[in-house]
Ligand binder design. Structure first.
Ligand code: SF4
Length: 215
């Protein structure tokens, strides 16, 4: 039986996608070598975590009696077995979300999974990690896209990516400002851009600041 390295399995509100506000079980896997400047889960990225069989993870998820599950991290796809976990969750009938950075190929992600791809902006310091190939593959998937915005430059990067890939014609595209940015200013940028971006405030951070969404 395959295993995954798990930081935590918890029940909370989904905070940053079109599922925002819905009760959701989170499976937070450990490990990430990307190193975004604003990473709020450095402890998760560096942790080894608990080794759990996929069957045990499924049982834990079932114990919350909630139909929506998100596999997150860290960068979940840096664990090879995460693909098996995602398929197992779909097989059990869960609406299954995957939060990923775009660094790892998504081609082998189960097509029943809804991918939430966090396209890294220049402010993350790692904007080069997304390959053209991976974003082209995303077109064949059930997906949403998120840009974490740390500055006007990051917003302009999102506009360039929109122009290059016509993202909003294929996916919900979320603009997620970091807490330090003036949200009204970002709202103004969205309005004047005339692009159907969705301004998204990280709900879980508003309700449970400094708690990684865990209550
Ligand atoms: S991809 Fe996520 S976990 Fe990894 S460094 Fe960036 S913010 Fe942190």
């Amino acid at each position: 039986m395959s295993t995954v390295q798990v930081y935590s399995v918890f029940y909370s509100l989904q905070g940053e996608s079109t599922y925002m506000g819905l009760p959701c079980v989170f499976v937070r896997l450990t490990g990430c070598t990307i190193g975004c400047s604003y990473c709020d889960t450095k402890g998760v990225a560096a942790a080894v975590g608990e080794t759990m069989s996929i069957a045990d993870v499924i049982e834990k998820v079932k114990s919350f009696h909630c139909g929506l599950v998100e596999v997150t991290g860290g960068e979940p796809l840096q664990q090879e077995s995460s693909l098996e976990l995602l398929t197992a969750l779909c097989d059990e009938g869960f609406v299954t979300l995957l939060e990923t950075s775009g660094q790892e190929p998504v081609a082998d992600v189960d097509p029943r999974v809804e991918i939430i791809m966090d396209i890294k902006t220049p402010g993350s310091g790692v904007a080069a990690i997304l390959s053209d190939e991976n974003i082209e593959t995303l077109r064949e998937k059930h997906a949403q896209v998120k840009f974490v915005i740390t500055s006007r430059d990051d917003f302009e990067f999102a506009m360039v990516m929109e122009k290059k890939y016509q993202l909003t014609s294929m996916f919900p595209v979320h603009i997620s400002p970091v807490e330090e940015l003036d949200r009204r200013q970002v709202a103004g940028w969205v309005l004047t851009s005339k692009i159907p971006f969705r301004l998204q405030l990280q709900l879980h951070k508003i309700i449970w600041p400094n708690a990684l969404g865990e209550r």
